[in-house]
Design a protein around this ligand. Structure first.
Ligand SMILES: CC(C)(COP(=O)(O)OP(=O)(O)OC[C@H]1O[C@@H](n2cnc3c(N)ncnc32)[C@H](O)[C@@H]1OP(=O)(O)O)[C@@H](O)C(=O)NCCC(=O)NCCS
Length: 159
């Protein structure tokens, strides 16, 4: 896979963004289809100030992308997505290593990663990369949940 920084959204990126947004809808129990406006908005949002987008190409086709977001000296892995038909070929691993090298060249040792607690694939992926330390949790109210409860360090949350 060839890795290249992307500087603007294109059709290849919109295709992947649409697939990813569909997956997020499923995880967030949103039943409607992904709209073109949402895809356009997501794709454009990746190129806001402070963000860096890397694309991974196989046979000149965009098959994966990663978005890094800088907040002061902290770098978040905002998005990481591999085309479902291209998974388990090491694409995410190569992109992730590239992102880590990018932040190390900026003087930071590691990335911080947003991940849904249900995203077992990504959590396994991160564990393999040595990312096994729980940092912040995100809490809100008035959202539809799966009707479950989860306990973290003695506190119970709706989930
Ligand atoms: C998570 C994701 C990025 C992994 O992409 P990938 O290209 O398939 O990952 P790699 O091939 O580089 O996998 C590297 C290692 O991660 C682990 N891993 C990856 N996918 C896994 C899975 N489905 N189950 C278990 N372990 C997995 C394995 O240890 C794997 O090494 P192995 O194949 O030698 O066993 C991909 O499944 C994806 O795009 N998911 C949807 C988007 C998403 O949830 N992104 C994260 C948002 S925070």
């Amino acid at each position: 896979m060839q890795i290249q920084e992307l500087v603007r959204p294109d059709a290849g990126l919109r295709r992947l963004v649409g697939l990813f947004r569909g997956r997020l809808h499923k995880m967030n129990l949103i039943e409607r289809e992904v709209s073109l406006a949402e895809i356009e908005e997501d794709a454009r949002s990746h190129f806001q100030e402070g963000k860096t987008v890397f694309g991974g190409y196989a046979d000149e086709r965009l098959v994966a992308f990663a978005v890094l977001k800088q907040e002061d000296s902290t770098y978040w892995l905002d998005w990481l997505f591999v085309d479902p038909v291209e998974r388990r070929k090491g694409h995410a691993s190569k992109l992730f290593d590239h992102c880590e090298r990018f932040v190390q060249e900026k003087g930071e040792e590691k990335l911080y990663v947003y991940v849904h607690p249900d995203n077992d694939r990504m959590i396994r992926f991160l564990r393999k990369k040595g990312y096994d330390a729980l940092n912040l949790i995100e809490i809100t109210k008035k959202v539809k949940t799966k009707g479950k409860e989860i306990e973290i360090l003695g506190n119970t949350y709706r989930y």
